[in-house]
Design a binder for this molecule. Structure first.
Ligand code: IMP
Length: 433
């Protein structure tokens, strides 16, 4: 049986929620391998809209096992809220949801430190989601983090919390002149808030490996996007985890030898939230227009997303690093009303044309565009490749060419059914199980 890894090929918000929802329909197990509540995966099923930040959205399929992998960071308050939504919608959970005991927990001081450090006036601002991601991963790497497995012994948890809170309060008071966080109330509240999650703590790595050994269909779900990767992204304007396919092994605890197919999700244009280089960013008037057409506001923070044309070197870099076998292009329908569409195929850098995206030069790039006529026809009702307007097909064919990667699926709306299998698709995952 094939297994499939899904990664964002741009700067996140590529529509992975919709793509994962579509592809997870035939999965036995879905595992998230990095990130935390900074992600926001929105899926629309039967006119209900769900946004998941922490729990894999495949939990909506009643038989799919979902793992929050050891590379994730978990905010129990967000997790609890999502569990409550699932209960309200009567989604049966049983033993289907496992939080790896090695996953690190986000504590209230992580969130506060993240927000203070990334304050509007801060010199080294990144524009984080303010969800405590950086500080939680910093504690992990600093070997002081509190893990999901620590939620099983109150005494051990309290000991670690006391130690960590002393360090966090020093920073809060001394550096940020903020109020300290009280130990007793925090410990009590956090312990109570994690009782349901504690029952889900297990060995995610073993569960995934067992499924792979038994030939089950396993999907690895990335959050954010390739260019927000801590190592390969546009550092320091990145998130704090490994967002590319290379993150699957350390983020789930399985051998990389297991991995088979890898697909990248890319929007038919480009968006970015937070600060950092963005070569194809549009002028404000065009960006506002596209933002409204595509409802480009963050699923987690509601922030308006920066908008730009399709940046092929950015996606090509994702194809290369991840060795993507296919792309899934989302939100094609957002471009339906435009007179013309642009594709950046290269950059100009100090008088030379360059084809590779190098994060070290990203702020200097001037995009080199080719302009194609818009199709000015609705695509949201199309269900086949041949049913798409000719000019839309030409646009997609150009994206395949310029990204050097075949397209497997095209999404033309937020519903599951608004998904078109592409002619060149060779993914084994998409063959009926
Ligand atoms: P953090 O992950 O909250 O630390 O934010 C670091 C950077 O990653 C900021 O530019 C965020 O806007 C961006 N980011 C984090 N999560 C997402 C996401 O799910 N979609 C898009 N951008 C994200």
């Amino acid at each position: 049986m094939p297994n499939l890894t899904i990664v964002g090929a741009q700067w996140g918000d590529e529509g992975k929620g919709k793509a994962v929802d579509y592809l997870a329909g035939s999965a036995d197990l879905v595992a998230r391998f990095q990130g935390g509540p900074n992600a926001g995966h929105t899926v629309r099923v039967d006119r209900n809209t769900f946004t998941f930040h922490q729990i894999p959205s495949a939990i909506l399929y009643p038989k799919t096992t979902c793992i929050v992998g050891c590379g994730c960071v978990v905010d129990p308050y967000v997790f609890e809220h999502e569990l409550a939504v699932l209960r309200k919608k009567k989604v049966p959970l049983g033993q289907r949801l496992v939080v790896d005991r090695r996953a690190h927990m986000i504590l209230p001081y992580h969130r506060q430190l993240d927000q203070l450090r990334d304050d509007q006036s801060a010199k080294q601002r990144i524009g984080t989601t303010g969800r405590g991601i950086g500080p939680a991963y910093a504690d992990k790497v600093n070997r002081t983090g509190i893990r999901a497995g620590d939620l099983l012994s109150e005494e051990a948890f309290n000991d670690k919390l006391k130690h960590n809170l002393a360090a966090a309060n020093f920073l809060l008071m001394d550096r940020y002149k903020a109020e300290p966080i009280p130990f007793k109330a925090t410990a009590h509240d956090y312990w109570q808030a994690t009782r349901r999650i504690a029952k889900m703590v297990g060995d995610g790595s073993r569960t995934i490996e067992d499924a792979l050994r038994r030939g089950k269909r396993v999907l690895f779900e990335g959050a954010q996007g390739m260019h927000l990767d801590i190592d390969l992204g546009t550092y320091p304007y990145v998130t704090s985890s490994s967002t590319w396919a290379g993150g699957v092994a350390p983020g789930t605890g399985i051998s990389p030898v297991w991995l088979e197919e890898v697909v990248g999700i890319a929007k038919a244009y480009t968006t970015r939230v937070g600060l950092g280089p963005f070569p194809t960013e549009m002028n404000e008037a065009d960006a506002t227009h596209l933002r409204e057409l595509g409802n480009e506001y963050g699923a987690t923070t509601g922030r308006p997303r920066r908008c730009g044309w399709f940046d092929a070197p950015v996606v090509r870099a994702s194809v290369r690093h991840n060795r993507l076998q296919a792309l899934i292009i989302t939100k094609l329908d957002v471009l339906d009303s435009l007179d013309e569409v642009k594709v950046c195929h290269a950059y100009r850098l100090r008088g030379r044309e360059v084809g590779d995206f190098d994060p070290f030069h990203a702020v200097e790039y001037e995009p080199v565009y080719e302009t194609m006529p818009g199709w000015r026809q609705k695509t949201s009702g199309c269900r086949t490749f041949s049913g798409l307007p000719v000019r839309a097909r030409r646009y997609l064919a150009r994206l395949e060419d310029v990204c050097d990667c075949p397209i497997a699926l095209v999404s033309v709306g937020s519903e599951r059914s608004q998904t078109i299998p592409f002619k060149s698709n060779k993914l084994r995952w998409l063959r009926a199980p």
